[in-house]
Ligand binder design. Sequence first.
Ligand SMILES: Nc1ncnc2c1ncn2[C@@H]1O[C@H](COP(=O)(O)OP(=O)(O)OP(=O)(O)O)[C@@H](O)[C@H]1O
Length: 457
Amino acid sequence: MTPDTKANFSHGLFSDLDFSSGAVAAVSGGSDSTALLLLLKDHFDRTASGARLLAVTIDHGLRPDSAIEAQQVANFCAERGIAHRILAWHGDKPATGLPAAAREARYRLLAEAAGAQDIKLILTGHTADDQAETVLMRQARDDDGRGLAGMAPATLHDWRTWIVRPLLGTRRAALREMLQARDIGWIEDPTNIDIRFERPRVRAKLAQGEGERRIAEALARSQQAAFARQDIGRRAAMLIDAFADRPSPGLIRLNRDFAGHEDGEATIYALRILLAAVGGMSFLADEARCAALLSRLRSGSLCATLSRTVVDARRTGIFLRRENRNLPAPTPPVDNLLWDNRCRITFKDGPGDLVIAPLGSAAARQAPLSEDIPQSLSRAALAAEPSLWSGGVSLGFAGSNAGLLPVSAVPAVAPFARFLPSFDIEPAAATAALMGAPPLPAPPFHGHDGGRGWAKA
Ligand SMILES: Nc1ncnc2c1ncn2[C@@H]1O[C@H](COP(=O)(O)OP(=O)(O)OP(=O)(O)O)[C@@H](O)[C@H]1O
């Protein structure tokens, strides 16, 4: 896609989005999100769909002016008849990894604001300039190439709310030109030019000579990388569908032919995803280690641990299960808890003595299990599954009678449980089906059924 550099946005930035549940616009008050809000308001007025538009500003509380700036956005919205909410990020601010923690909190709060009004769509003002910066920053790191795809056009948050970036093909200069033509100002965040941070440094460099060429190259590279990532994801999804099953709770079995499949690249990718999913890891298992493991799997039996997953290869199959170490400590159930990154807990109400903890080997020994697979394997896998406990008694575990209790536990697809970039929809859908996780929600786009994941949803 050629980035739009003209201040003419009549080409329908939003026409393929499904606004039936309404939209949350994430507005910091900077130029890009202010432009996003105005363009969205124009679109809603023009289409007269009656869909709800809610602008939300997160006050991170990290700069002295943040509350005043949030109020400025509130005033701007009030003048235009746009509903607006300010949500503050309370709680501990970590000394290291602050930008990542702020991002997590921002999306959590945005999703809460959307969820409170049953809105399924959040829009952000990320632009083509942001995309180029992201790609250049990732390129500077030793990445496996997936990151070079940059930001996805849509990301599923917590398996239920879509975050869509409709301005990813639009240049910041064009948005600012549009704002200036309408005599609208914006807030300049001093952090954006603070060269102690990596992004402002990259941005400053891109403003110099050769910057435009480097932006164009980075955007072209991200398109190619996105295509490659979707393609390998599609192939990995086919392998997961064809070779993997779940013979008992917490236990994944791969047909032995998986290791020798001719599409070696997709086989490694599928294994990286499955190990992360079984082990409850947010990141895919290491590529080089998975490649080495696969070559060992081709030559016989083994038992190894990678990505918190025990890989037990026997004549009858390659079995994957969560290792029994470093499981979460017993914790009282809270709503929307992501337990061990593998299981989403929903909690309505219940007696105060309830805790979620692994089932453990003693209780696993009592459970009736299928005879088809070695009992030692199914029991070890079951022991690492979550259970609801009351006064030392196990009341049930995911997939059994938990549905009768005030707490429900459904499997989550670990590497994609919090953030699922649309590039990875197909392997995420295949892994969800394998693990018994809920299907993906409906896509945010009309008429885009490009991936099997969208179709399944
Ligand atoms: N405090 C915030 N409140 C609401 N949304 C935010 C906030 N900060 C960022 N966002 C959303 O994330 C997008 C990208 O964030 P980024 O930090 O790159 O932008 P910014 O410099 O704060 O402002 P802008 O993108 O509006 O120029 C924003 O366009 C906006 O949609």
